[in-house]
Design a protein around this ligand. Structure first.
Ligand code: C2E
Ligand code: MG
Ligand code: MG
Length: 556
């Protein structure tokens, strides 16, 4: 219904209601007058009629008899109108009640909706002000709802939500109110005994267990899980500030829930004040990343890759750096996971790859370029096409490019990853398995993708420098590589002793601080110039070279 037609019908309703109310007043007036008249005339006329009937008197005047009959008719009419009116009032009250319920509850689950949950929480806070209790809010969010919806469809998704709501309500203690605040977000507000806050821990655990129990839907078994955040009033709240207090409880429980998710989901966390500043910091990073991509704040740095036996430079690994005006030079270990979370990793990576391909054209053509690719990018079936377009645009030969992917790619959507990787390989691009040994890839998974190289994670290699460390894991990985016919690169070679041990294990490539920290484009060019490793066309007078980007210091 359009807004204008809605307002039109509302005013028609109003007019109808006013008209009927006017009629009610007139009818009531007439009935009252009839009643008074009846009392006035009936008292004398009725005995006359009765006497006339019995034949002991003469009948009253016809006019008065008729007036009495009219009186009686009017009283009956008034009575009928009165009963109708009582019925109408009852129905109207019912309609108002169901309209109120519709406005306050969530249509799917029957729980309170977001709009009414805050007032309900404020009422509870007001109530506990008069007792010795405290108020607590548990924020509950399904961990895998999007996946359930995507895989099983919205109908099953709805059933999972209703069942989750039912399970939450079943565990809600006396005096609690449950709400559905959004898609898969639920909340409980409840009074608790301030001497036993651990009851809230028990409640959170029971809720997590209950929601995590399998749900049988349409012949399928669905497994959902939930993360919870808990916030509670520590001191007795002031009744006048009940609404602010309830608002703060909801906000804090939400922050705690977010932390529970970050800690690995299917668990709960209590709100702590430090979480709020962490969240603010994270928010600043997110905004900074989004704004920094188009401003060119993300720049490639390059780490040398060496043939260990000859000591010769064979290529570089591109490592991203964020040159943030607010935070300084930021490590990829901080911004890459955030860029993945907020969905900008593909855009960021494309930006960096473009710069790196341009930079690498100034290197000697026998030097390779390795780039790190996030598992999220490999889930995109168009990734290989996008990368090939970048190669074509920059005129960089595919055989010089090496893609580094981590073991986590092997766990999800192996089908899509395999087709992307195969398509890249068909173009001549090399594929390396990065950080090998830190994940949980099985041998079967290792064979499921056509890798060209294994990179031993730096944690195993740097460990070799420590007194009494044993080289067994590194040896095992090297022999595994040999078994699979995969060449090996050792990351994290920090000193000559580690280099000596690694060299003793065979023909390997390596990289690490022993050879230098990752450097920016300008410093990399200086290094290459000193080793006579610039591309032939780059060995031109400086004024003929493309402009260098602003100089940034080398970073570890
Ligand atoms: P990675 O691919 O394993 O990169 C090697 C990391 O080890 C780099 O850290 C490098 O600076 C550090 N490193 C090198 N030599 C040594 C050494 O001798 N000792 C120690 N302790 N560390 C050494 P960085 O640059 O902080 O990068 C961290 C990770 O961030 C990278 O690990 C990679 O997984 C990721 N990353 C970097 N750039 C990108 C990117 O453009 N895209 C994606 N998706 N990930 C990236
Ligand atoms: Mg790497
Ligand atoms: Mg690595």
């Amino acid at each position: 219904m359009s807004l204008s037609s809605a307002s039109h019908s509302t005013s028609a309703n109003d007019r109808g209601r006013i008209g009927s109310a006017e009629r009610d007043i007139v009818a009531l007036g007439v009935a009252m007058a009839a009643l008074i008249l009846f009392v006035g005339t009936g008292g004398t006329v009725l005995p006359q009629i009765v006497r006339a009937w019995l034949g002991i008197g003469h009948s009253p005047d016809t006019l008065i008899t008729n007036a009495l009959l009219l009186n009686i008719a009017l009283i009956i009419f008034g009575w009928r109108r009165y009963t109708e009116l009582t019925k109408e009032v009852g129905e109207r009250r019912k309609a108002e009640e169901s309209a109120r319920q519709l406005a306050e509850t969530d249509a799917l689950t029957g729980l309170l909706n977001r709009r009414s949950f805050l007032p309900a929480s404020a009422r509870l806070v007001t109530d506990v002000c008069e007792t010795n209790q405290g108020a607590a809010v548990l924020m509950l969010d399904l961990d895998n709802f999007k996946q359930i919806n995507d895989v099983h469809g919205h109908k099953v998704g709805d059933l999972v939500l209703t069942e989750t709501a039912r399970r939450i309500e079943a565990l809600a203690p006396a005096g609690a109110s449950a709400g559905r605040l959004g898609g898969d977000e639920f909340a409980l507000v409840l009074p608790y005994d301030r001497r036993t806050p651990d009851k809230l821990d028990q409640l959170a655990t029971s809720l997590i267990d209950a929601v995590g129990a399998p749900i049988a839907v349409e012949g399928k078994t669905i497994q959902a899980s939930i993360s919870a955040g808990i916030a509670r009033t520590i001191e007795s709240p002031v009744a006048e500030q009940a609404e602010e207090c309830a608002q703060a409880l909801l906000h804090h429980a939400d922050i705690a829930m977010y932390h529970a998710k970050k800690r690995g989901r299917n668990g709960y966390a209590w709100f702590e004040p430090t979480m709020e500043s962490e969240l603010r910091f994270r928010h600043e990073l997110e905004t900074g990343i989004r704004a920094g991509i188009p401003k060119g704040e993300f720049v490639p740095f390059y780490e040398q890759q060496i043939d260990l036996a000859s000591g010769e430079l064979v290529g570089f690994e591109m490592l991203a750096r964020w040159n943030s005006p607010q935070f300084g030079l930021v490590s990829p270990e901080i911004f890459i996971p955030i860029a993945e979370d907020i969905g900008v990793i593909a855009e960021l990576s494309e930006f960096l790859i473009k710069q790196a391909l341009e930079d690498a054209k100034q290197w000697n053509p026998r030097l390779s370029l390795s780039i790190n690719i996030s598992p999220i990018q490999l889930r995109d079936p168009w990734f290989s096409q996008k990368l090939l377009r970048l190669l074509v645009e920059s005129g960089f030969p595919p055989h010089r490019l090496d893609i580094e992917i981590t073991e986590s790619c092997l766990h999800e959507n192996v089908g899509v990853v395999r087709s992307v990787v195969t398509s890249l390989k068909n173009q001549g691009i090399q594929i390396s398995l990065d950080d090998f040994g830190t994940g949980y890839s099985s041998l079967a998974q290792l064979r499921s993708l056509p890798f060209d190289r294994l990179k031993i994670d730096r944690s195993f290699v740097t460990e070799l420098a420590h007194e009494g460390s044993n080289a067994k894991i590194v040896e095992a990985i090297v022999s595994l590589g040999r078994g699979f016919d995969l060449p090996i690169t050792a990351e994290g070679i920090e000193n000559a002793e580690v280099l000596r041990i690694m060299k003793s294990m065979g023909q390997l490539k390596g990289q690490g601080y022993l050879y230098g920290r990752p450097e920016n484009h300008a410093m990399t060019l200086d290094r290459l110039a000193a080793q006579n490793l610039l591309a032939p066309e780059s060995e031109l007078p400086a004024e003929d070279l493309p402009p260098r980007r602003p100089d940034l210091r080398a970073a570890g």
